[in-house]
Design a protein around this ligand. Structure first.
Ligand code: 26W
Length: 816
């Protein structure tokens, strides 16, 4: 079915009629959305079928991107954009008196991820399809995604995110590919006639994994890959569904038990909690994926699995799916009679592991007691992997007990999932050059010494289709009018814009687009929060998960000090600024929640103090998510990327802002380092300690924040404001923040993220920004320069590196 406006229009009208028994004129926007989504889905389906038919027929190698999170954002707009039918769809709708944007806004964001790691997975899928690389995203179909955030009285309140409430138009249930997943029970070793042992799991509990497939549409090609999300069903209920006899009430009761498995995404970001249900989730989707691909391989290529690694690559998105190493061993050995050594070689060739964080609290370590009870056979395999690994270490280092305890996969009553992933993979990568260097020289130093060839860097990227094409249509058009549309598929084309940074006419248009985007955002805040913000003020935006290392605190302290200055010098000539924050805090992370309250208290004070004449405003954008990011990022003048150096593995928001022509204020952390390089240090404001200084300082442990306090009256002003009643009648409310900064709190060091230590240097960079902004021409030049230099940060570039260097994957063109 090829697309034509005429066909599309007829189909759409007919879908409105059949789906909701309504005429287009009378249908609600929800009904119109549903009809539109169905219509578009039909066009996608042809390509989707053809893609998989081709993969099957030609037996191509496929990468499975294993991830507990996929933060996809809305499907409809992305599908329309990638099929290059945006203008036609919009035209047809307006012929029918329908506003496209209103319809698009009906779709709930599928928020099946926490933050950077989940969104990266989504960008990667977009790039894989656009570059015609055969791929599956493999994950979990959570019924509830990341919670919806409400701010009440300045505090974060979490509400359930029932994204499936209005149906699941994009998901196709594939009952026929269901897999049985076994938990618990015991393992019996049975001696075979040939003397080998066969391991049989008994008395286990079964859960059925049933996949739902979602289309991932490539840009301007015929490739539609699949995001396969597994949902859980009770075995009995499943049998009932398959028309086998069964006990109905028991089936329904067990159904509820199964449902809890995929009920909800764990909302903790960078904090490992050791919950049994999470381990169940991990094994559930990993086992389902591996069982399915092994059986598919056998169907296509026969029962000999010795070349399995030539057809499948498994990328482990952090340690969350690292149990794949042991599960693949189990399937090869127990279910396919392979010898250990051969299975181990194949497993290593298949698996590759990406590390996304050096924060030690994020490292997953499962207690042996829990792990072995839930996964008895997998535990035996992990023990064997550990035993052989330790033997190798002894061979190499002799009996250096410390070394071995430090590196063992199983030690101190725990299974260390990162080490399992490293030992069982042929590739270990960090997500920015600096991050990879820190892994090699600090966190994973011992492993780098043993396996130097496994370590490599893959600097993160973002898809320009969503983050420029879809999020910023006005800038997209301006760019396309100026340098053509090649950038959609090759972001390095943007380099051609650099010469227009000198072109006054172009710069003017560029800043006009920015100004329109700022107005749109101001309207949104007016409508949703009833707050007036000035589109002529500097829009200074920090949006990301709330975490102490990301230092939202540094940002709000700067606002507080500006406010204090304005109180003393009411006539102070500063460029008006709107400080915009957006951040979800993990529900159990009380410090982070208190920082949200602080930001809102400062907003309350600053926004309502007429004496400062609206020179500064603070806005907390509620419920930050992909669709809101698409509104916020194109409207930013200043992008805040101010993590404590060495702590942010890469960052990807930083890249989205740069692409959209915002100027970054940032530390030399994560991918900021590479951004500064690409920019030749122009149009980026770097401040603060360097990564090596932070690491040195942490080791020396001589820093005393009271020295900063005594030295700087600005810092004193801000600190005192926390506890003197200016922000809240309860002077104890923010005491914890005060103490954490100056005295240390609950055993952690005073100012452990160096907020006060970097404060002066940050304020100085903010002043530089203000001075630069006053020079409109210079600012425009910098903004254009940012967009022009962002080509490296396309996820297409990242994915090409993964495909060439790790997966050995080649594109397959889909002919229709
Ligand atoms: C076990 C709980 C848990 C949950 C999520 C631990 C760790 C995570 C993730 C690693 C958190 C995350 O999203 N990390 C971010 O990954 C991005 C993509 O690589 C990077 O750009 C960010 O710097 C990194 O913080």
């Amino acid at each position: 079915m090829t697309f034509s406006k005429e066909n599309f229009k007829n189909q759409f009208i007919s879908n409105v009629r059949t789906l909701s028994r309504q005429t287009v004129e009378n249908a609600t926007k929800e009904q119109l959305y549903e009809a539109l989504a169905f219509t578009i889905r039909d066009y996608v389906t042809d390509k989707w079928l053809k893609t998989h038919e081709t993969y099957d027929k030609e037996g191509v190698k496929i990468v499975c991107y294993l991830s507990m999170e996929f933060l996809m954002g809305r499907f409809l707009g992305n599908a329309i954009l990638n099929m290059s039918i945006y203008d036609e769809v919009k035209e047809v709708l307006s012929e029918l008196n329908i506003d496209y944007n209103t319809i698009e806004n009906v779709e709930k964001d599928p928020g099946l991820g926490n933050g950077g790691l989940g969104r990266l997975a989504a960008c990667f899928l977009d790039s894989l399809s656009t570059m015609e690389l055969p791929a599956y995203g493999c994950g979990i179909r959570y019924h509830y995604g990341i919670f919806e955030q409400k701010i009440e009285n300045g505090y974060q309140v979490e509400l359930p995110d029932n994204w499936l409430e209005n149906g699941d138009i994009w998901g196709v249930k594939r009952h026929e590919y269901a897999q049985e997943i076994k938990f618990g029970g015991t393992v019996r070793a049975v001696k075979q006639p040939d003397g080998r042992y066969k391991f049989i799991q008994e008395n286990y509990e079964s859960i059925m994994a049933v996949p739902y497939d979602y289309p991932v549409v490539g840009y301007d090609n015929n490739t539609v890959n699949t995001l396969r999300l597994w949902d859980a069903y009770a075995k009995e209920a499943f049998d009932l569904q398959s028309f086998n006899a069964g006990d109905y009430t028991k089936a329904v009761a067990n159904q509820n038990i199964a449902k809890t498995l995929t009920e909800v995404l764990y909302p903790a970001d960078e904090h490992y909690a050791g919950k049994e249900l999470r381990l169940r989730q991990q094994y559930f989707f990993v086992s389902a994926t591996i069982q399915r691909i092994v059986s598919k391989y056998k169907k296509k290529f026969g029962n000999d699995l010795s070349k399995f690694h030539e057809k499948y690559a498994l990328q482990l998105n952090d340690t969350h799916p690292s149990i794949a190493v042991a599960e693949l061993m189990r399937v090869l050995i127990d279910e396919n009679d392979m010898e250990w050594d051969e299975a181990w070689e194949i497993t290593k060739k298949c698996c590759a592991y990406t590390n996304h964080t050096i924060m030690s609290e994020a490292l997953e370590k499962w207690p042996i007691e829990l792990f072995s009870r839930l996964l008895p056979r997998i535990y035996m395999i992990v023990e064997e992997i550990n035993k052989r690994f330790c033997e190798m270490l002894i061979n190499r280092y002799g009996h250096d007990a410390n070394k071995i305890r430090n590196m063992a996969v199983v030690a101190d009553g725990q299974i260390r999932m990162a080490y399992l992933a490293i030992v069982g993979s042929h590739s270990v990568n960090g997500v920015a050059a600096l991050h990879t260097e820190i892994l090699k020289s600090q966190e994973l130093k011992d492993f780098y010494e043993v396996y130097p060839d496994r370590f490599n860097n893959k600097t993160n990227g973002i898809t320009q289709r969503r983050w420029l094409g879809h999020a910023n249509p006005a800038l997209s058009s301006l760019i396309t009018d100026t340098i053509g549309d090649g950038w959609y598929k090759d972001l390095s084309e943007l380099k051609k814009l650099d010469k227009y940074a000198e072109d006054k006419e172009f710069c003017k248009k560029f800043m006009q687009v920015k100004s329109e985007n700022k107005k749109k955002l101001a309207d949104y805040f007016k409508q949703t929060k009833g707050i007036d913000i000035d589109p002529n003020s500097i829009f200074d935006i920090q949006v990301k998960r709330l975490h102490e290392y990301k230092r939202q605190l540094l940002n709000i302290f700067h606002v507080m000090s500006l406010y204090n200055k304005l109180k003393v010098f009411p006539g102070l000539d500063i460029v008006p600024r709107t400080f915009i924050f957006g951040a979800k805090s993990a529900a159990g992370y009380s410090r982070a929640k208190l920082i949200i309250k602080l930001i809102n208290s400062v907003a309350e004070l600053v926004n309502n103090d007429e004496s400062i004449e609206g020179k500064i405003k603070v806005v907390f954008a509620e419920n930050y998510r992909v669709s809101l990011a698409e509104l916020l990022i194109p409207a930013a003048d200043v992008s805040e990327q101010i993590s404590t150096a060495s702590k942010e593995a890469s960052g990807t928001g930083n890249m989205k802002f740069m692409l959209n022509g915002a100027v970054t204020i940032g530390t030399l952390d994560g991918a900021n380092v590479e951004m500064a390089q690409e920019l030749d240090n122009e149009g980026i404001f770097i401040f603060g300690m360097k990564a090596n200084e932070v690491i040195e300082e942490q080791n020396k442990n001589t820093y005393n924040p009271w020295d900063v306090y005594n030295f700087s009256s600005d810092v004193r002003g801000v600190m005192n404001m926390l506890i003197n009643g200016t922000l809240d009648p309860n002077t104890e409310l923010f005491r914890e923040i005060y103490d954490a900064c100056l005295n240390g709190y609950n055993g952690s060091r005073a100012d452990q993220y160096y907020v006060l230590k970097d404060f002066e240097s940050y304020c100085k960079a903010q002043q530089d920004i203000e001075q630069t902004y006053r020079n409109k021409e210079l600012w425009a030049k910098m903004a254009v320069h940012n967009t022009a230099c962002s080509g490296k940060f396309s996820s297409d570039r990242t994915i090409k590196e993964y495909a060439d260097e790790i997966w050995k994957l080649t594109p397959k063109h889909i002919e229709i």
